[in-house]
Design a protein around this ligand. Sequence first.
Ligand code: ZN
Length: 201
Amino acid sequence: MACWQCGAEIDAAELFCPTCETLQPPDPKTDHFARLGVERRFAQDVTAITKAHRKLQRRLHPDRFVNRGDRVRMLALQHATSLNDAARILRDPLKRADYLLSLAGREMDAEEGTLKLDPAFLMEVFELREAIGELGGTDAHVERGRLERDIAARYEARLAELAEGLDAEGERSPAELDGLAQLAAQLRYLRNILDDLQELE
Ligand SMILES: [Zn+2]
């Protein structure tokens, strides 16, 4: 890749041209993990992601480029946007899982309409929704707390299974990817139920 300013040959991953120090455009082929300089896997230290994000944000903050011309200002803004997207997605375990699945060829947003949830899971959801609907009376808060812990445990168990599958060594078979997509979809459901339950407080 050539520097857009001075024409020097540079690595596509360079943020600044080593020759003229001009800010380069974000590389569209860079994934969110590489953008933040963290390993591409599910298991992440969220504090490290936040730190890497802040550090790059400071280096690439549009305010630092106010006197550097329109093109550079525009590039700084593009970098800031890409960095914020990367951090937002990688900090959230469900978004991070969906993103890893998309890198493996499973676009979770596109699958939402076609992915068939396991009937046993749909029954589980039905029963949980029913239990929430029946909450009431003097000890409702006790029952609500119990339900919340129950759903959180189901959520954590699936999340651990998904994490293990996503970070397993080697290529994932289509059947394995189906299983992981199923887990990711179930996690979205459980999180929605938990959110609804917490709103009842
Ligand atoms: Zn240059």
